[in-house]
Write a protein that binds this ligand. Structure first.
Ligand SMILES: Nc1ncnc2c1ncn2[C@@H]1O[C@H](COP(=O)(O)OP(=O)(O)OP(=O)(O)O)[C@@H](O)[C@H]1O
Ligand SMILES: [Mg+2]
Length: 379
């Protein structure tokens, strides 16, 4: 088993007739997408999403922790509903279950590096190295440029004495529970990938300038700064769409499921279903949660700018939370960079009549689409 990253911007590779799956088991919902490569294009064959809350007697939109057999049941249900025919593909691993660090190690050959990494990793990983699965990726050095990571190098000419390595560690227990889910659901998982790299692959086009991907999930919001195809900074906060719904429910005196429904259907757009006063209260409640997220996003933008002396030019909003109706305006106002909503299905070929719906639900599928794209490319 291997989880992997890198090669983020490589296009879809060889021609293939087989279909592949991209699977993203989030805290509130699982998404699955089936793609097929045909003459360099990724054909969207089917997709599906299933709320996990109901499998724990909780409402749709709630983040839940389910045992593997319940998740497998949900996977079987969504595969049946979406007419998924493929069985092989990739599965994303939550950022929160992984540890990503950037190490600076001496420039040694790959064999030496292989021996060195587990030893170096001990300094960064709070659990015994034997309990985790490690993977790493050498961050390409900027030609003729000073290291972006080591400000101390500023005074001295850059020599190829050290190299930066992106280290990823996943707890073996986490991998084992995914193996159980896959087995129970009749899936054949060929690789695992940390959701960071999947979201980045499907959310960004080619680009050199630093870009911030913000994944607005149910229980967490994740942020990744990507520059020249490499994830430089990652950050996670425990505010997400679930909190937005909870706040809305409290402010309006509603049950969670009503607040969830209103948030998804109307979001920040005033509705005739409510009086002016109620519309105001809905909007200010949603904006207060959103404001907390955006101020964290701005903090990441600011600290990246200060640390690396470069501005992040663009923010891409992904995750189900980015489908909030009316999110663009406050995002543009609040964030100190250009803002765009992720449109991962634009990288796939689908019937024209689906275009609008795929754009709407797209942000939530950023991870699943990214996983499938990787698999397709490797055939
Ligand atoms: N149209 C919409 N408007 C507003 N919020 C939405 C909409 N659709 C989904 N959401 C919210 O997005 C969140 C789910 O997003 P997503 O599916 O990306 O999360 P997840 O992957 O399950 O969670 P996490 O990434 O935190 O594990 C929920 O809070 C849900 O209420
Ligand atoms: Mg998610």
């Amino acid at each position: 088993m291997k989880f992997s990253f890198g090669d983020i911007f490589k296009g879809i590779g060889k021609r293939s007739e087989a279909s592949v799956l991209g699977i993203d088991i989030g805290s509130s919902s699982a998404k699955i997408i089936q793609l097929r490569a045909s003459r360099g294009a990724a054909i969207l064959e089917t997709y599906g999403e299933i709320a996990l809350g109901p499998y724990a007697n909780q409402p749709v939109g709630k983040a839940v922790k389910l045992p593997p057999e319940k998740i497998a049941e949900a996977m079987k249900d969504v595969m049946r509903e979406a007419n998924v025919t493929a069985r092989g593909g990739g599965l994303s691993i939550p950022f929160s279950s992984s540890l990503v660090s950037v190490l600076s190690v001496p420039s040694v050959n790959p064999e030496q590096l292989k021996r060195m990494i587990p030893i170096e990793a001990r300094k960064y990983i709070p659990v015994p190295v034997s309990e985790v699965t490690l993977d790493w990726f050498i961050i390409p050095r900027d030609e003729g440029e000073k290291s972006a990571f080591d400000e101390l190098n500023k005074e001295t000419p850059v020599q190829a004495k050290s190299q930066e390595v992106l280290l990823v560690a996943i707890h073996n227990e986490v991998l084992n529970s995914y193996k159980t889910i896959a087995e129970d659901a009749g899936l054949s998982i060929e690789f695992y990938e940390i959701e960071i790299f999947s979201a980045v692959r499907s959310s960004l086009g080619h680009g050199i300038a630093p870009i911030l991907v913000v994944d607005l999930g149910a229980s967490t919001t994740k942020m990744y700064v990507v520059e020249k195809g490499v994830v430089r900074v990652s950050h996670l906060i425990s505010i997400g769409g679930q909190q937005m719904t909870e706040h809305l429910a409290r402010s309006l005196g509603w049950e969670f499921d009503k607040a969830e429904r209103v948030k998804r259907e109307h979001g920040l757009v005033a509705s005739t279903a409510f009086g002016p006063d109620e519309n105001d209260r809905i909007q200010s409640s949603i904006l207060s949660t959103l404001g907390r997220v955006f101020s964290e996003v701005n903090r990441v933008l600011l600290s990246y700018g200060q640390r690396y002396n470069k501005n992040v030019s663009r923010v891409v909003l992904a995750g189900g939370g980015a489908s909030l109706p009316g999110i663009s305006d406050p995002a543009h106002r609040a964030l100190s960079a250009e803002v765009e909503i992720a449109d991962p299905f634009s990288r796939t070929e689908a019937p024209a009549f689906l275009e609008e719906v795929l754009r709407q639900i797209g942000p939530g599928f950023a991870v699943a689409v990214g996983v499938a794209m990787r698999k397709l490319k490797n055939r």
